[in-house]
Write a protein that binds this ligand. Sequence first.
Ligand code: TYM
Length: 334
Amino acid sequence: MINDKKVILSGIQPSGDSLTLGNYMGALKNWVKLQDEYSCVYMIANMHTITLRQEPAKLRARTLSLLAQYIAAGLDPEKNVFFIQSQVSAHAELAWILNCYTQMGELSRMTQFKDKSQKHADNINAGLFDYPVLMAADILLYQADMVPVGKDQKQHIELTRDIAQRFNGIYGDVFTIPDPYIAPPSAGSNIMGLQDPTSKMSKSDPNPNGCIYILDPPEVIIRKIKRAVTDSEAEVAYREGKDGVNNLLTIYSVATGKSIDEAVAEFVGKGYGDFKAAVGEATAECLRPIQEKYNDLMKNKDYLESVYRSGGDTARRIAGRTLAKVQKKVGFIL
Ligand code: TYM
């Protein structure tokens, strides 16, 4: 509890030129609804990002840009704590301790590790393998009750719960056991790639038309959606086997606030051309105010710096308390 409110912790990696539509619809958009009811702490997960090789200047720029995207998407800095993960050293310190309470076997079962090590076979570093332990430290340091994420992160949160329960089993009630908070797929927790609708929309999609970035100009968004892979049935319906259409219906539904059924009803008797044009327009329209606010915020770097500096102070205070407790428990002299 912080100020008598339950605690939420989540984060996004500053790994692309901007967030994807998947990050926005699966995570960020849902966070906006939580900011009044919970004590919300959001990090820019830059320590996770260096598990894949990065250009330092780009990583720095993307870190600030991600903060501006958080705020532009509707998260109010007066109501939420934002911080840069690498500025709170407790994350690395707790991750080390938790490493000693995590089994190699558990980490080798992580599907994201298997995927990423296949994609980056030339750089399967220890950080990539150990990444879920750092994520557990991120969550447990803030005694988070709930972790809002997209579906792809669920397995990491389950591992976090296992590690926390194991630690508590040995040392008493040290960590709050966090629950994942995942919207249903129809609400955007699993936005798929536009060119391959059987795998999640991702910044690392080799096909540039597969992924929409939230800062893409409207005409680019409309074009990418026009080229999205569908099927040969020419019927706008939400059912198994229609992965491409299901994904576009989900995007349309999240962008407009209409239910999937309402969306389907709207396109009865219409072809995929009309459907895709409407999805493209709706998506561009949903992102337009975010892009405007983002452009304004990026003109004021001093303001952005003041937000992450004061967020870092708060985060260090909260995280430091948990870290000290853990260090005492394991027998470190403070
Ligand atoms: P990241 O940066 O890959 O993604 C950020 C958030 O976006 C969600 N997401 C999606 N949701 C729906 N459809 C998609 N196609 C899609 N792609 C991404 C992710 O589920 C996530 O919620 N390890 C995390 C960052 C992290 C973190 C944490 C999260 C580090 N520490 C502690 C929560 C708590 C990651 O790489 O997310």
